[in-house]
Design a protein around this ligand. Structure first.
Ligand SMILES: [Zn+2]
Ligand SMILES: [Zn+2]
Length: 350
């Protein structure tokens, strides 16, 4: 692996963490020249995902420094390779977590690239050419067109960015568990996620937990710290499912009694396939969910403007800046908008 190859001719300014302090500072680096299968994207916005925090601080022990985080990227295409079918200069596009996969396995062949065992991520990954990938906290991005989605005109570029990891991560299991099209199903969430159409309860103490026993069909667990899932399992109906999408660095406690006495299942998933992400970020029917976001300008660090959603906010400190988590909305890293044309920091009025 190498940070670059001779093919890396595009100089890019971005932001990187250089050690486990997680402090993010300006960083100049190189990206590959736009290849025949590539599109080059002028980045407008990049969501700040909890995974970025894990990598910046090396909480999973696999960070290759310097790391340029960011895998909820939206922007406009500036260059198009000759094989990049379906894309043209000026297109509004998004890139999520995937930089490359094998393209040949059963999962790549069935639009489930996210389960390819050779998948590489858009940062802290190793691309096909052997170079280390750098993410979206930067001004431009080069992506293989097979991992790029179109963003329709009716979706705002800022609010759409978090859909490309956080959003699809939550949406995919809801769809798989037939929650989206099944009114009457009851969903719970544990951790920072945005309540969905059929959300039922918020339990914050033992009394509420007792009252909510056996009431839910599905619980999405987005907690990224060590926790016991025993009490949470008790909230599920018989045959209910606890679905894990959070990624604590320590194993979770999983008691057997709530499983066997309730015939319950514990499952997990990671983001979504490219087609699934394209469908999700499309104009209908789920695109309207972006309107649940209510962005407010919240914080500025070193000239980079950050935004976060409204709601119950949890403060997380990472290096020199802070992140507010409000249930899936996350926070936005604004890149190419020094002129303020796209980003006046006003409330988003979806
Ligand atoms: Zn993410
Ligand atoms: Zn594959």
């Amino acid at each position: 692996m190498a940070q670059t190859t001779p093919n890396h001719t595009q100089t890019v300014s971005g932001w990187a963490a250089h050690d486990s302090s997680g402090k993010i500072t300006p960083y100049i680096f190189k990206r590959r020249e736009n290849g025949v299968n590539d599109v080059t994207i002028k980045i407008l916005y990049c969501g700040i995902c909890h995974t970025d925090l894990h990598y910046a601080k090396n909480e999973w022990g696999i960070t290759m420094y310097p790391v340029v985080p960011g895998h909820e990227i939206t922007g406009v295409i500036t260059k198009v390779g000759s094989n990049a079918k379906g894309f043209k200069e000026g297109d509004r596009v998004g890139v999520g977590c995937l930089a490359s996969t094998c393209l040949e396995c059963e999962f790549c062949q069935s639009s489930q690239e996210n389960y390819c065992d050779q998948l590489q991520f858009v940062y802290n990954g190793i691309f096909w050419d052997g170079s280390i990938t750098y993410g979206g906290y930067s001004k431009i991005f080069v992506a293989d067109y097979r991992y790029v989605v179109h963003i329709p005109e009716n979706l705002p570029m800022d609010a759409t960015a978090p859909l490309l990891c956080g959003g699809i991560t939550v949406f995919s299991p809801l769809k798989d568990n037939k929650m989206v099209e099944s009114p009457g199903k009851r969903i719970g969430g544990d951790g920072p996620w945005r309540p969905w159409t059929h959300c039922s309860q918020i339990c914050t103490n033992a009394k509420q937990m007792q009252r909510c026993r056996r009431t839910l069909d599905l619980i999405l667990d987005t907690v990224s710290a060590k926790h016991s899932v025993g009490p949470i399992l008790e909230l599920l109906k018989v045959n209910g499912t606890l679905h894990i999408v959070g990624a604590p660095d320590q194993p979770m406690e999983l008691p057997s009694f709530p499983l066997i006495f309730g015939k319950r299942a514990v499952t997990g998933s990671i983001i979504g396939g490219i087609q699934e992400t394209q469908d999700y970020a499309g104009p209908t029917p789920v695109g309207h969910l972006v309107n649940t976001a209510n962005w407010v300008c919240q914080e500025a660090i070193d000239g980079a403007r950050l935004r976060c959603g409204s709601g119950t906010e949890t403060l997380v400190t990472i290096g020199g800046y802070r992140r507010y988590s409000d249930g899936g909305g996350g926070l936005i890293f604004c890149s190419n908008n020094e002129d303020g044309a796209e980003d006046e920091g006003d409330d988003y009025k979806g």
